[in-house]
Design a protein. Structure first.
Lengths: 221, 221
DNA sequence: GCTGCCTCTTACAATTTTATTACAAGGCAG
DNA sequence: CTGCCTTGTAATAAAATTGTAAGAGGCAGC
């Protein structure tokens, strides 16, 4: 299961690719033009970019370079088989592989699978809307931007994520995140930390951490 | 995966070779003239030199001798097929093999692969930015300069490298690098050793060893 | 609107965590 | 033994985090 960004102007082909990949459990975000892609791709982290090279209003290669400026996310190019120079340039722009058109769905799935296996491994990231959490690195991203959290904030976020769909009271949070050894901590402590977390996540409107009046907090929804 | 230095004045050919080798997972640094090569090649360690013999401003053979003064790094020559004397001279200058022009990309890849297999074996060097580590020889280079590390520092660096992408706590480091036989060592020991390592690596800005406040350390990123 | 309760927000000081430095004990080669 | 290098400890400085308290803002019931 991975997040895949697809840039392909042929809508019918795009639809086909999307369906094939979704069948494999991936989430696909499709863009149909260079400009649209530029506007969209930063809104979330992706595990793989699938880029058509020839676009009516730009070039997939340029887009690849743009991606490469800030990340190592793998890139697969879709290109007409007879345009060998495109293929070569694809590697030049930092692409990981290419799929010559026309291609069978099987080839596409295999290539995608291979790249994902190589790059993701068993590495698992948690995503919700524009939020992304990497439990291994203890890193958090919001709209693609890395957000620095303190360990308390990180633990708090993690706790809320693990209890998604449930309302957790401040008491529960205190019990789980603060070692209560007779050393009492004010419940307001939780409020302050929630506030700080919200601030760092840019979550003024409680899209992520939602207050349930009289109860506590819940994540999302 | 290896670092390859390419000296070839024909830019189109150079580009093609670069792309082909990158496809095989190698990193290629290209120089287009004798002088440029002289200035560049010391900035990093390479696993293989690919040298054109005929250059407008110098000679690949001379460059090869220069390389041979300080290292045993393998050298492959690119030479026009009809200049047999070049080929012979190539071996004289310390070259390991030659590839007659014009050559197909396949031949190039095979020869490169063969040489690397022979010289590197499964020997794997770790590189990150300007840092290079040879786990077999326990040697470390920074910006091409060898850095002397004590065994503790080396073990520490290695541990961090092996856990790249993960945050390791001071406790984990202690458990793994210090034989805790009831003989307790202060956690600050780790801090001090990290400090010493950073100093030797010239890593004042934590580009390599990054502190994760409240957690521990992580390598890179 | 008013009241009482719940939640948010803010600034600040205390605490915790990390970095730095100096020093002394131990080890090893000559 | 002597000198040099390594390495842990402890003390100090620097940096970052975190709890508290107090006031502001909301919400529900009346």
């Amino acid at each position: 299961m991975a997040d895949i960004f697809l840039l392909e102007d042929d809508r019918i082909l795009s639809r086909g690719i999307t369906i094939a990949l979704q069948k494999d459990g991936h989430r696909v975000t499709a863009a149909y033009s260079f400009l649209e892609a530029l506007g969209q791709y930063r809104r979330q982290k992706y595990d793989l970019f699938l880029l058509d090279i020839n676009l009516p209003d730009g070039n997939g290669l340029a887009f690849c370079r743009k991606v490469r400026e800030t990340s190592e996310t793998p890139v697969l190019f879709l290109t007409a088989n007879d345009r060998e120079e495109d293929m070569l340039e694809g590697y030049g722009a930092g692409g990981d592989d290419y799929i010559p058109k026309p291609f069978s769905v099987e080839v596409l799935r295999k290539k995608v699978q291979a790249v994902l296996k190589r790059t993701l491994g068993d590495h698992l990231r948690i995503r919700y809307k524009d939020l992304e959490v990497d439990p291994d690195k203890c890193l958090v991203w919001m709209k693609g931007e890395e957000v620095h959290l303190t360990s308390t904030e990180y633990k708090l976020l993690n706790y809320l994520l693990q209890n998604r769909g449930r309302v957790v009271t401040r008491g529960m949070i205190l019990e789980n995140l603060w070692d209560i050894d007779g050393n009492f901590v004010d419940e307001n402590t939780v409020r302050v930390n929630v506030k700080r977390l919200r601030q760092k996540l840019g979550d003024a409107n409680q899209e992520y951490i939602v207050t349930v009046f009289g109860m506590g907090y819940t994540f999302g929804e």
